[in-house]
Design a protein. Sequence first.
Length: 278
Amino acid sequence: MKQYANKLVLITGGSSGIGLALAKKLSSLGANVWILARSAARLEKAMEEIRAAGIHSDQTFGSLKCDITQRELLEDTLRQFMAENDVPDLLINAAGYAYPQTFLNIPPEIFSNQMDVNYFGSVNTIRSILPAMLERNSGYIVNICSTAGFLTFYGFTAYSASKFALRGFTDALRSELKMTGVSISLCFPPDTDTPGLETENKVKPEVTRIVSSVGGLAKPETVADSILRGISKNQYLILSGFENKVFYRGVNLLGKLIYPVIDAMVASAVKKTRKKTD
């Protein structure tokens, strides 16, 4: 993956999870890596790991403390970043979170916040950087979605809505960028062993937990490797993990017949939860 050497990379949500795994991997490949997140403490800790992964003294690293849901603040932050560091060669939108719970048990504000972070956060970031990429006639954008962006079930009314929105946005933007020098990829990671998943599990219904377990649990480093391989091949759709690829093809192959399959999985999970409580 020599193509990443000396490239300027900006990763939102780069202080933990898949974003951090990507940042460290890119650092180890010689890239100049910047991460953006809300927590100063997490940014500081992540930067130590990212710098430690570097391979030569000329690499540059940095962090931006900013909330991607605050559009005007984000625009100002990224405008200053580009003025001081140039336009990113690679923008990775990895910021996001899930709140898996049954519909009526999800606070109304969670629906809005999921859209703000998981959807509008990426829209805001791309809107701030894309004009400069187009002017330069080069650049690569990666939107990290989720399996829940193409296959959804019990417990994901809020999360899947935001990820389906991100998928639709990215599909449309792909078409607009096709005749330009800017490329884009849409990634569908499976459940991944991250701090975010640990937080999700505190509120996740048992039914959701059982059904989700069918896809297994990926390591963030493995997901990061698959994403970087996909970018190297200029793949639009990047599916991490064998099970994820099977699920994606199954959804497209079965069409409306996927719903009885999902219903059967949920029904089986419900029975298991009832046995535990009996």
